[in-house]
Design a protein around this ligand. Structure first.
Ligand code: NCD
Length: 360
């Protein structure tokens, strides 16, 4: 199934639909080499990742276990190239690297890098690849991580790229941690099947929603309800995929009705950094798209509340102490699933399984 990104011209590759790009991004054993978008992950691969993450977090509980994990990738270095604000994603990737013994370097402000002197992104990324063995990259530009993956695969030092958020487009590792959170939350509730997922907020410009909506199509009978003010409703590209896959969905602005039917509510922030004109988002009435005590009262007892964070006022502080609030645990899950992804990328999955089998 693996095809080589070095054997295809950029123009040909970039014109392919995402699902047809996938084989070019995978290793021969079916795990990701470059991780660029959610379409690379199917049910089996998600299961494999979640299992590995569960094993890693169990192993990491003891000092000897943590030391074993720290020995796994000591020969590799990772570069975190974040030209967009980030706290959680950045820190969870740094932590994930530390858990596996991967050393890290970072560029977070391109104003103090050579890009400021006019160096092209291509040249910058090739420079990173001279010193590092993995690039973890967040950028405001859609498709840049993909182009850089192609550039690197066609250079004399090909190294993998992990997309840590690309513009308004995709945030594949956020959706991995979201899926991992759902899997863990519904472990005793029949698993991730026959559920209703409610997305609320800025669904047009939120990249986490685009990635997660796709990943959910891997699971049986997950209905998706999109609740947003009309100007921020989910994009037609997302809906086209759901239609094509026969996934039931609903677009609505009736948040309360949706909450009553929810198994999970996924809140998002208004992404006003993407406004075309100043005050564009502020002019939209978002008051009915917030989660507070009144919404909590409508939420079924076994449902959960998620948020990729950072939050503003779309979830009231009073909600935090409710056992159904999952957003803090979601963050910690992110560290473990990213550790699993890096372990897979560097081919140490089997050693971790073996250690787990012998010691747990
Ligand atoms: C999200 C992002 O950057 O897309 N944050 C994150 O990675 N946890 C969501 C957001 O910024 O609203």
């Amino acid at each position: 199934m693996s095809k080589r990104l070095a054997n295809i011209a950029w123009e040909t590759f970039s014109a392919l639909p995402l699902t047809e790009k996938t084989p070019y991004l995978m290793q021969p054993d079916g795990v990701p080499y470059h991780t660029l978008f959610a379409q690379q992950f199917d049910y089996a691969l998600l299961d494999q990742l979640a299992t590995l993450a569960n094993e890693i977090r169990a192993i990491a509980k003891t000092r000897v276990g943590a030391e074993f994990l720290r020995q796994q990738v000591t020969h590799k270095r990772a570069m975190l190239y974040f030209s967009q604000p980030s706290s959680r994603t950045f820190l969870s990737f740094v932590s994930a690297c530390q858990i596996l013994g991967v050393q890290t370097g970072e560029v977070r402000d391109t104003a103090i890098s050579s890009e400021f002197k006019g160096e092209s992104r291509e040249d910058s990324v090739r420079t990173f690849s001279s010193y590092f063995d993995l690039i973890i990259m967040r950028t405001p530009e859609k498709g840049l991580a993909e182009h850089m993956a192609w550039v690197l695969s066609n250079s004399d030092r090909p190294i993998p790229i992990i997309n840590a958020g690309s513009g308004q487009d995709q945030h594949p590792t956020q959706s991995l941690l979201d899926i991992y959170t759902l899997l863990r939350s519904f472990e005793r509730g029949g698993g991730l099947r026959d559920k209703t997922m409610v997305f609320c907020g800025d669904l047009l410009r939120g990249r986490t929603v685009r990635s997660l909506s796709y990943l959910l199509t891997n699971y049986p009978n997950i209905r998706q309800i999109f609740v947003a003010p009309e100007p921020l409703q989910v994009g037609t590209d997302v809906l086209a995929i759901l239609e094509q896959k026969g996934v039931p969905f609903l677009r609505t602005d009736n948040f309360h009705a949706a909450i009553r039917e929810a198994d999970a509510v996924y809140m998002t922030r208004i992404q006003d950094e993407w406004d075309n004109a100043k005050g564009e988002s502020a002019a939209i009435d978002t008051s009915r798209f917030k989660f507070g005590p009144a919404e909590l009262a409508l939420l079924p007892p076994r449902a959960i509340i998620m948020h990729p964070l950072p939050r503003r006022d779309e979830i009231a502080l009073a909600v935090d102490s409710d056992p159904r609030a999952m957003y803090w645990r979601q963050m910690r899950n992110g560290m473990w699933i990213r550790t699993a992804l890096i372990a897979m990328t560097f081919g140490c999955e089997k050693r971790i399984h073996d250690y787990f089998r012998h010691n747990h």
